[in-house]
Design a protein around this ligand. Sequence first.
Ligand SMILES: Cc1cc2nc3c(=O)[nH]c(=O)nc-3n(C[C@H](O)[C@H](O)[C@H](O)COP(=O)(O)OP(=O)(O)OC[C@H]3O[C@@H](n4cnc5c(N)ncnc54)[C@H](O)[C@@H]3O)c2cc1C
Length: 498
Amino acid sequence: MNDKTAAYDVIVAGAGPTGLMLAGELALAGVRCRVVERREDRTRESRALGLHGRTMEVLNMRGVADEVLARANPIPRVRVSLGHSLFDMGELATDYGQLTIIPQGETEEVLEKRATALGVVVDRGVSLTDCRQDGGLVHCTLEQDGRTWQESASYLVGCDGSRSRVREAMGADFTGATYPYTIIVADVKLGTPLDDQLLIRVGRAGLVVATDFGNGWYRMGVIDREKPWSDDPVTLAEVDQTLAKLFGRDMRPSEPLWTSRFHIQERQASFYRQGRMLIAGDAAHVHSPLGGQGLNLGIQDAMNLGWKLAAVINGRAADDILDTYALERRRVSQGVIKVTDIATRMMTSDKLPARVARKAVMTVASRIPRTHKVAVGHLSGIATRYPSMSSAVGASPLVGTRVPDLRIAGHGGPRHLHEVLRHGGFVLIERGDGAPVLPSAAEGEGILLRLRGRIVADSGPWSEPEVVLVRPDGYCAWAGPRSRAQELSLAYRRWIQD
Ligand SMILES: Cc1cc2nc3c(=O)[nH]c(=O)nc-3n(C[C@H](O)[C@H](O)[C@H](O)COP(=O)(O)OP(=O)(O)OC[C@H]3O[C@@H](n4cnc5c(N)ncnc54)[C@H](O)[C@@H]3O)c2cc1C
């Protein structure tokens, strides 16, 4: 429960994509939330530029996907220059079978607009310098222009990036490693056009990921094997020479909008929660940028944590529900760290076994329909599931998986599940006209919304169960026949006290 003596229920440190998404989720549930951000302005660097299919679904569940799409360049296919490999996101069973290319600053702008419209206060130029918790409060020391003061809240969430102050205060380790090479990133125009909108080119000289912003500029992300480590500022001449070496022809880069050189790390926090302090996004995990997962993971962390923290603050759940956030999300980031590490090592090594392996792996992964489906499912986040949700004996295999945007034909006309989820609560889908299952006091308070009707269109396994309970973050909490309504009730009350 929250302490009404504090001005805010939650202080979020950091107005990056994770902090802004989380703040929006909390405000949607009526939680008083304040974001403090060290920087005066939103980032103008393009940084993370690809939103994967599941992230777009999540943004649609909150009504902002169209605004993102209006600013973006959707790219359905990734070509890898090994064995003519092509990964086609268009084959995914989602409305967002693509990588949605949009500079990070614009994604943040959309998320901030949503959060502030819901009443979130974003204070820029304010740093969190210290924090400690006692009793029912977290006390934060804030600093702006040399002035420091204290503010307290019921919870503090550190979305404050890889050097997180909150993680440090929690005493969590950030174990992992730094790779022995640096990456050059350059947003440039190209005098020599590319045939592909998204190309990963791998050769003896190194690796380049070329991404088309759709407005004349390309993002070139480069690892140069001949110059693996440097801290020098990036020059256009260096980009020109490196690209010529990697493409085997003069690419004629010009008009650099942004260049940078950064070190790649893979690290994960030893725990995500200590009492009333939590961490999310880069504060909790960092990994190789190959696969473009960083920002996507942060948004999914926020989506998972937001409704749970709101339920605790609103007195609808016990605080141990917060441990399920770490349980579910640590496993996902562990998987991403592992896979991106293997891919990065395989793609950047010049040793013969690695060269043979990467060609074989890419060919198998892209050409065999089954492995292609698995690869794009994981890359897009569509295949992400939370096995710990399905621990009950006899639980449907659908429990813990993402629920697609089912079309439900009911009395009020067809509804799209992901649009219905925009209210931020649970959705109970009941097929047929039998007596309503799961009577809930929370119904009518926006915590549970009932949809009665028939699941239409080709919905695969989702057409079978008579009842499907969907969590606010779009994952299946229960699925089965009406006759097992008692199990449904238990599954619901695992999350929400009625
Ligand atoms: C140069 C660069 C290029 C990248 N390219 C890609 C890419 O191509 N694809 C990809 O997926 N990812 C990429 N990333 C990673 C991606 O940007 C991150 O994964 C993503 O930004 C994580 O979001 P976040 O909100 O968790 O953290 P951040 O975006 O780091 O946001 C943290 C925020 O907290 C603020 N903050 C920090 N400390 C404090 C404090 N004490 N008090 C108040 N505020 C504080 C910071 O100013 C910042 O605004 C790149 C990162 C960098 C640095």
